[in-house]
Design a binder for this molecule. Structure first.
Ligand code: API
Length: 302
């Protein structure tokens, strides 16, 4: 390996996986091409998002910079916020950590289980210009976003929420009846979303449970999406489909969400995992694993 090697952590939140750099002392600057190459599942380390932890300029414990695996920089990532919150809490030994992002200040809090973190994800936004939606669509009563023939729409009338990033949620009875890998990119790149959008299919199971599958902007299908889980929970409560406290079941596992009545903030709780520690050679982009991650969770004996 060359002499430009940087240590990284491979982490995930319910299988939504990240490469994490600690750039608080040494800056880490990578081009979008390098981000895409490192994010490659075949030849690179492989990740959904790349997370760079930088010094905060606003007195928070750290600033979190987020890149999707397509190289795009974005402002919010719920699952990564839990992972970085865990690292900062373990480092400080305190009960919480403040994480600055381009979408605002987020607070991560420890729970009774060391890998399980609660994050205050702030307040959702619903106005058409906050999602954002394109100007020419904002005056329609419902957003008639139909995919498929007009007389037999496959999906239509999404709920749209911004959680620091844009989300469009389609309510369905059977998630598996839809080929999200085909429909997802059509919707992600629909002209109604000038900044594109993260696309969720959501099936309300009960007043307290929702099943969700996500096509992420700049990534594709992921095992979980924290901001999508927040957006779905808020949209469901706002439409009276569920209460304000729900479990969102994603392919990678469950997240607990509460849209607080008192301050309108969205509280998200879920697990995190350190998969391994590694070293990346910046010149060749080859990498090696240098230490194992978390011990496998003890299987709960049934
Ligand atoms: N793909 C998202 C960013 C990551 C969101 C997701 N990984 C999460 O946990 O919130 C976007 O482009 O807005």
């Amino acid at each position: 390996m060359g002499d430009r090697r940087i240590p990284f952590l491979k982490m995930n939140g319910l299988g939504n996986d990240f490469v994490v750099w600690d750039a608080r002392t040494e800056p880490v600057r990578l081009s979008p091409e390098q981000v895409r190459a490192i994010g490659e599942r075949e030849n690179g380390i492989g990740f959904d998002q790349m997370i760079t932890v930088e010094p905060s300029r606003s007195g928070a414990d750290a600033f979190m910079r987020i890149h999707n695996c397509d190289g795009s920089e974005v402002d919010a990532c719920g699952n990564a916020t839990r992972c970085i919150g865990r690292l900062l809490i373990e480092e400080s030994g305190l009960a919480s950590a403040a994480i600055d992002t381009n979408a605002g200040l987020l607070i991560a809090m420890k729970t009774s289980e060391p890998r399980r973190i609660t994050v205050d994800m702030g307040v959702p936004r619903f106005a058409w210009d906050e999602i954002p939606l394109a100007e020419e669509f904002h005056d329609t009563r419902a957003i008639e976003l139909q995919i498929g023939p007009i007389d037999k729409p496959i999906l239509h009338t999404p709920s749209c929420v911004n959680m620091g990033n844009p989300h469009a949620i389609f309510w369905v009875k059977d998630i598996e009846a839809y080929d999200l890998s085909r429909i997802g990119p059509l919707l992600e790149n629909h002209p109604i979303f000038p900044q594109k959008a993260n696309i969720s299919l959501a099936h309300v199971i009960s007043d307290t449970e929702i099943e969700v599958k996500v096509w992420e902007r700049g990534v594709g299908l992921t095992r979980a999406c924290g901001t999508a889980a927040c957006a779905v929970a808020v949209a469901a409560a706002r439409d009276r489909r569920t209460g304000r406290k729900v479990t969102v079941h994603l392919p990678g596992g469950p997240l607990e969400l509460e849209w607080r009545e008192d301050n309108g903030h969205v509280m998200m709780t879920g697990d995190t995992e350190i998969e391994y520690e590694g070293l990346l050679d910046l010149d060749t982009l080859s990498f090696e694993k240098t230490a194992p991650g978390d011990k496998p969770m003890l299987e709960v004996v049934k």
